[in-house]
Write a protein that binds this ligand. Structure first.
Ligand code: SF4
Ligand code: SF4
Length: 318
């Protein structure tokens, strides 16, 4: 496959990102993830398929418009109950029965307000590289680059590795944002073109990891060790979750795991849980349990930062 036919299933490309590695970056978000973190901030990334999403705030109502009701070939869309919009005005929204939907996208095409929209687009390497080349001056002035993220971007290995290779060839700093739950042979192929791995460590207890996230952690820990041994650089990210991994003991075990590979660890970033992703679940039009809790306090986050710094790691919160 060449640049014009090799595609990745992409759900967003964000420029001016300062959260996904050093400097100003362009982050390419790929769809699909083998993990199911209950606190996931991008639930639209979880499934590998393109899917219909919904944002009520954009809808002008079925009485004003109603185009989506007319086009669905399976009769999935009906009038909902009368309600109020965010401004307190009377409105009737459409209701989508996702159990009958085959994601054909006709309603999204008909919805000029983009209240209904498809998430996930097959995008060629050429298309992504055009965007990256456009953003390139911002990388050069800030020490930034390109981050390939997800979902789990290495679940689309051919596309991700080719994208990294082309960026690397242009001298652009590349970061891979990964869960680490990937076969080693894929990481090994990505390594020569990856300046930095943004690497999540969520829980050191494999049974608990499996119970909460759906997969065990042995592969993730093994891959972190192998990346370090192979000379790769790790920017460790710890999403810090109430009642899961926030304890002093949990952080002690993380620190002990990282100590033998300290030379490879350029940063440990602590990411306190926040509720900002919760509203996204309603957009998915499917029943999915949402995890909601109180965020960890600033005091707790600073204590965990100090704890890891005392073990010799560079640490930042957020
Ligand atoms: S995407 Fe689903 S709801 Fe929309 S028109 Fe197609 S089948 Fe109907
Ligand atoms: S087509 Fe879009 S704006 Fe019109 S009623 Fe349907 S969802 Fe709302």
């Amino acid at each position: 496959m060449d640049n014009k036919t090799l595609t990745g299933k992409i759900y967003d490309i964000q420029g001016f990102s300062v959260q996904d590695g050093p400097g100003i970056r362009t982050t390419v978000f790929l769809k699909g993830c083998p993990l199911r973190c209950p606190w996931c901030h991008s639930p639209e990334s979880q499934r590998f398929e393109t899917e219909l999403n919904w944002m009520d705030i954009r809808c002008i109502g079925v009485d004003e418009c109603g185009k989506c009701l007319d086009v669905c070939p399976h009769g999935c869309i009906t009038r909902g109950p009368a309600t109020q919009n965010a401004a307190g005005e009377a409105i009737t929204y459409p209701v989508v029965d996702k159990t009958k939907c085959d994601e054909c996208g006709l309603c999204a095409k008909a919805c000029k307000a983009t209240a209904l929209y498809m998430c996930g687009k097959d995008t060629t390497i050429d298309e992504v590289m055009r965007r990256i080349k456009h953003d390139r001056p911002f990388f050069e002035n800030s020490g930034g680059g390109v981050t390939v993220s997800g979902g789990e971007c290495l679940s689309q290995p051919e596309f991700t590795i080719e994208l990294l290779r082309q960026c690397h060839e242009l001298g652009i700093h590349t970061a891979v944002d990964t869960t680490g739950f990937v076969q080693w042979n894929v990481i090994e192929k990505a390594l020569p073109y990856t300046s930095l791995f943004l690497y999540d460590l969520k829980c050191m207890d494999s049974a608990l990891h499996k119970q909460v996230i759906g997969v065990p952690n042995e592969l993730i820990l093994e891959n972190a060790r192998k990346i370090a041994e192979a000379g790769g650089k790790l920017w460790i990210r710890i999403p810090t979750m109430p009642m899961f991994n926030e304890s002093e003991e949990a952080y002690r075990v993380v620190g002990e795991f990282l100590t033998p590979i300290k030379d490879a660890v350029v940063m440990v970033q602590l990411l306190p849980y926040h509720k900002m992703g919760v509203s996204k679940y309603a957009r998915l039009l499917r029943k999915q349990q949402v995890f909601v809790a109180e965020p960890p306090s600033e005091e707790l986050m600073n204590a965990r930062k100090t704890q890891l710094e005392a073990m010799g790691f560079p640490v930042r919160v957020h």
